[in-house]
Each structure stands twice: as structure tokens, then as C-alpha cells.
Design a protein around this ligand. Structure first.
Ligand SMILES: Cc1ncc(COP(=O)(O)O)c(C=O)c1O
Length: 463
């Protein structure tokens, strides 16, 4: 009997042959890029084997690669491009700003305008500071928590991603055999460069497990500066919080005097008040990124005046928070234009398209006798080929990820772009029911194609 890897290689090699015929220019550019870029690429999550697609342009919900292939874009720059590509209002705002100056070593009025727009939407945030990525946002939010609490350890959810600084690179997607018991995860470094001392600083807890979370947090309560979490764990498959878990963690952290940080870098797009608005919970600090920059590099973090004053130069003993491109006017102009277009009606519409796509995927899976699920919230969905309901990292990790890789390639062949590393789907405002139907047709055809692979490698997923 062939092992699973050998079966997968047979399937993917066949897909590669077809892929290579249609993407010759991408292949050429990738080969050339390898001369000066390690692996030909500087963003790991855009790489996939045999080589990533090089994009020429995007317009609305369409993407065009350098070989002239057209795709409907359900990845949307990993959820950041909520208005799709080249939204006219955003492009106009950026063009206008570019003519005035690209960046200055001085504030501009737009910094306070975008800051106000964020604070108006997010009830728990009175003040924000800008930076250039989500990674910086979580780094500085954790720093704010440490400065305010005088404590240093942080608690995170196992299977959650908060960027690529050391403190965030623990127990993100750990190998299960290194990750310890389900109810007491071991802190696992994402790579060899995470120092041992960092592992002592970061404590992982299982999502949606109140008992285990409480036990671990109470045990270390005196040393914990903050808990950082999302209302829906994005990276391990858009897993929503369930059974009052979020309220529970809010109450526990409040009782113990631990700062609660919500990472809303992905979930901001779920509603006018972000993910926290849906659950009506107010964390102490919040991090932002992606959508608030309208498609340009951005990050921000905020909370109450009291917590944020540690970075105010008006306060004695404040701490430096700097960055050459913090609050650069191009990003601010794009962000302001983007949020202006992000009306309650626009958000409701893409959220209902999200519901439509999740329901559609689930009924196609059922109709075709394949066990799996689309989960998520609002305009975000994630496809899983899993037997057990995905509710935390451990259940997510049981999935048939090779089937997801094949699904990505089948969908690409049918002109649909989703995340290569997983079944992540993000809806944008230029989409309508028409694009959802096109997705679902392509999804069903792809599923029929890969069903024999799923049967060979995970027969328990076939009814
Ligand atoms: C939840 C979450 N936090 C933080 C980050 C890091 O953001 P950035 O890639 O802008 O550094 C990401 C990026 O995908 C994210 O999904």
C-alpha cells in the first residue's frame, strides 16, 4: 500500500504539470527572482510549490496574473482588501496624497482623523497609536500591557497568530507530538530562533476550553501582564468563540487584574464595532492592521487613555514608540477612504455573502458525501476536511491538509483564488451573489475531482 505522502505526490505532480503549462511567465519571473531573493520571495505565506503566481493587476474582485489568467479573488490580500482591488475612492485619495508628499518627519492632520474614525467604531478604544504592521501592533500592545502592569508573562491561545516577533512566535501551529496535553499545552517555538527564555514568557491556553484556561491563568496570575486573543482564531481556520468563552475570559482577567488584549487585525472587518462589537465585550487594549490601511502597510494599537499614556511624550517617564513610517500620509489617506466606504450596509452585505458561501459549501459537502465544514463569521470563511467539529487548535490539526492543497489548485484552475496554505476565504465589497455562485460551482467541481484522493488518504471522511 502506498503511503499518504506518495499518494499526494502523485496527485500534486499531475496538477503541477497542468499549472506549469498555464503559468510560464510566473515560472520565468520566479526563477529570475531567486538570484537575489532567498526562495525567490519575501513573504512565506504567498509562496506555494512549484512557484507562486505573479500578479499583474487587480480590479474590483478580479485578479490577473502575468500570463493573463483571470481569477476571482477570494483571498483579498489575506483579508486586508475589504473593498477588493483599486477601489476608485481609495486610489483617488492615495493619488491626491502622493502629489502632496509621500512621507514627512512630522505629523499630518490625517493621523488624528483616522485615529478618531477607529475610536468612534471601537467602543473600548479612546486613543490609538499607528505603526506599520500588525506585527508591530501586537508587539507594542504587549509592551503597553507590561509597562502598565509591571509584570512580564503573556498568555495566548494555542493555534493563534499575532505576527512575527519573538513573543508571538510561540505555539502558533505546533507539531502535535511536541505540544503536550490538550488541556495543558506546552509552549512550542515556531522555529529554532525563538530563544528559550521567550518560552518561559509565553503561556499557551486551549481556545474554547474554560476549565483549562482558568486553571492555567489562575496558577500564574501574579506573573501575567496580559492575555492576547482574537474573538475568532483566524490562522487555524476561522474558529469562532463558543459557549460564553469570551465573556468568561473577560470576567476572569478583570477579576485578576490582568490586561486583556483583543487582536482585531483580522476581525475588525466583522462589524462596525469590530469582533468585540459582535460579542459586546470590551477588552483593555486592541490591535489593528490590514483593513484600516485601505491596502497600504499599517498597524495600530489602542485602548483607554489611562493605559495608552505610557507612550505619551507629555507624560513624565513615558516610553518611546517610534517608526520612520508610522502614520505616513499615504497609508492614512487610504485608510480614511477605506473606512468611509465601510458603511454598516456594506458590512452587512458582505457578511450575508459570507453566510451564503459557508452554507453553500456545507451543503455541497453533504450532497457529495464528504465530511468537512466551512466555518467562520461574517465575511470570512474557512474550509476544513475534518471529521470532528473544529473548535480549537487540536481539532483543527486533525484535518486533511493535503486535500486543502489540492483544493487550492483545483480552484485556481477554475479561476478562483483562495489562500494557498489553507482553505481561507475573504469576501470583498465588489462581490455579489453572482461571484458566490461562481465560487460554489467551482468548489463542487473541485470537490468531485479530489474526492478519490480524500477517500484514499482519509476514508473516514467519505460517507
Ligand atoms: C490575527 C493577526 N495578528 C497579527 C498579524 C500580523 O500582521 P502583519 O502581517 O501586518 O504583521 C496577522 C497577519 O496575518 C494576523 O492575522
Amino acid at each position: 500500500m502506498m503511503d499518504k505522502q506518495a499518494i499526494f505526490e502523485k496527485w500534486i505532480n499531475r496538477k503541477d504539470e497542468e499549472f506549469k503549462k498555464e503559468t510560464k511567465e510566473s515560472a520565468r519571473l520566479f526563477a529570475k527572482a531567486q538570484e537575489n531573493l532567498p526562495g525567490g520571495n519575501t513573504r512565506t505565506v504567498t509562496y506555494f510549490s512549484p512557484y507562486p503566481l505573479y500578479m499583474a493587476k487587480g480590479k474590483g474582485c478580479k485578479l490577473y496574473d502575468v500570463d493573463g489568467n483571470e481569477y476571482i479573488d477570494f483571498l483579498n490580500q489575506y483579508t486586508a482588501l475589504i473593498h477588493g482591488h483599486c477601489h476608485p475612492a481609495i486610489v483617488e485619495a492615495v493619488n491626491e496624497e502622493a502629489n502632496k508628499g509621500l512621507s514627512f518627519a512630522a505629523p499630518t492632520e490625517k493621523e488624528a482623523i483616522l485615529g478618531r474614525m477607529i475610536c468612534e467604531r471601537i467602543k473600548s478604544v479612546e486613543q490609538v497609536r499607528f505603526c506599520n504592521s500588525g506585527t508591530e501592533a501586537t508587539l507594542f500592545a504587549i509592551r503597553a500591557a507590561r509597562l502598565n502592569s509591571g509584570k512580564s508573562r503573556i498568555v495566548k491561545i494555542e493555534g493563534a497568530y499575532h505576527g512575527s516577533h519573538d513573543l508571538a512566535e510561540v505555539s502558533v501551529l505546533p507539531v502535535l507530538k511536541e505540544a503536550g496535553p490538550n488541556d495543558r499545552p506546552v509552549s512550542v517555538p515556531e522555529h529554532r530562533a525563538v530563544p528559550k527564555s521567550i518560552l518561559d514568557e509565553v503561556i499557551a491556553v486551549p481556545f474554547n476550553n474554560k476549565e483549562a484556561t482558568e486553571k492555567i491563568i489562575r496558577e500564574h496570575q501574579k506573573e501575567i501582564a496580559c492575555v492576547i486573543m482574537e474573538v475568532m482564531v483566524a490562522i487555524s481556520g476561522c474558529i469562532p468563540a463558543e459557549d460564553g468563552y469570551l465573556d468568561f475570559v473577560r470576567d476572569l482577567t478583570r477579576e485578576l487584574g490582568i490586561i486583556l488584549i483583543y487582536d482585531e487585525i483580522v476581525t475588525f472587518r466583522l462589524g462596525q464595532g469590530g469582533g468585540q462589537g459582535i460579542y459586546d465585550i470590551q477588552p483593555d487594549l486592541t490591535t489593528f492592521g490590514k483593513v484600516i490601511g485601505g491596502g497600504l502597510p499599517v498597524g495600530a494599537f489602542g485602548g483607554s487613555r489611562e493605559l495608552m499614556k505610557v507612550f505619551s511624550p507629555l507624560e513624565e517617564g513615558s516610553v518611546t514608540h517610534s517608526g520612520t513610517f508610522n502614520a505616513n500620509p499615504m497609508t492614512l489617506a487610504a485608510g480614511i477612504a477605506c473606512l468611509k466606504e465601510l458603511t454598516p450596509a456594506a458590512m452587512e452585505r458582505i457578511n450575508s455573502l459570507g453566510e451564503l458561501i459557508r452554507q453553500g459549501i456545507n451543503s455541497i459537502l453533504e450532497k457529495n458525501g464528504v465530511v468537512g465544514m466551512a466555518i467562520g463569521l461574517g465575511s470570512l470563511a474557512h474550509v476544513h476536511f475534518n471529521k470532528e467539529r473544529v473548535r480549537d487548535y487540536r481539532t483543527y490539526a486533525q484535518g486533511n491538509f493535503q486535500a486543502i492543497t489540492l483544493l487550492h489548485r483545483e480552484l485556481l484552475e477554475r479561476g478562483i483564488n483562495i489562500a494557498p496554505r489553507g482553505g481561507e476565504i475573504a469576501i470583498s465589497t465588489p462581490m455579489t451573489e453572482k461571484e458566490i455562485k461562481m465560487f460554489l460551482t467551482a468548489f463542487e467541481e473541485s470537490l468531485i475531482e479530489i474526492k478519490p484522493f480524500i477517500k484514499q488518504t482519509t476514508p473516514e471522511l467519505i460517507i
